[in-house]
Design a binder for this molecule. Structure first.
Ligand code: NI
Length: 176
């Protein structure tokens, strides 16, 4: 397992198209391990493959941040099939280090996905788990925090991004 650099907003790979996971092989297992380890180290509740520059429909979620192996969730090719309710929540993202904003999320979601072996499964999630899953599925569609914002709220968020870029909290981009 290894910790990989997390790409920050502005890197084109965060908004690129992500290919479906088709080979549930050793390379995928290794990428999954790296996603967990990189997420734990950050620390964060989840990480999507495009955030480490791997443009696949793959993400990991672990609300325990490495403390409880039973909470590890691998989402390969996830689809949110049903949603219910709406709630306004504060949200951050490892690709926007140090920044938070409020946005609207469903209260409950039904999600189908495949695990790291390609086995299909379904999760019914609410609360923080629903939020984390929606956040990661957004990443797989190239949808980032900023894309949820409109008008003045978006403008102000982007101004905060510009300020953060000048700090050490935002790592310099490799290769860009
Ligand atoms: Ni994120």
């Amino acid at each position: 397992m290894s910790v990989r650099p997390i790409l920050v907003f502005g890197d084109a790979r965060l908004e690129a198209a992500n290919a479906p996971v088709e080979s549930f092989d050793a390379a995928l297992a290794s990428l999954v391990d790296d996603l967990f380890e990189t997420g734990w180290q950050a620390p964060g509740l989840g990480l999507a493959a495009p955030q480490v520059g791997a443009n696949f429909r793959l993400a990991t979620v672990d609300l325990s941040v490495g403390k409880d192996p039973t909470q590890k969730i691998v989402l390969a090719n996830p689809t949110i099939t049903e949603t219910s309710g709406k709630i306004s929540l504060e949200e951050g993202c490892l690709s926007f280090p140090g920044l938070f904003t409020t946005l609207s999320r469903p209260r409950e979601v039904l999600v189908t996905a495949q695990d790291e072996h390609g086995e299909p499964f379904e999760i019914e999630a609410s609360g923080l788990l629903a939020q984390a899953i929606c956040h990661e599925v957004d990443h797989l569609d190239g949808r980032l925090l900023v894309h949820h914002l409109r008008g003045i709220k978006k403008k102000m968020f982007l101004r905060r991004v510009d300020k953060m870029r000048k700090t050490e909290v935002w790592p310099a981009q490799p290769n860009s």
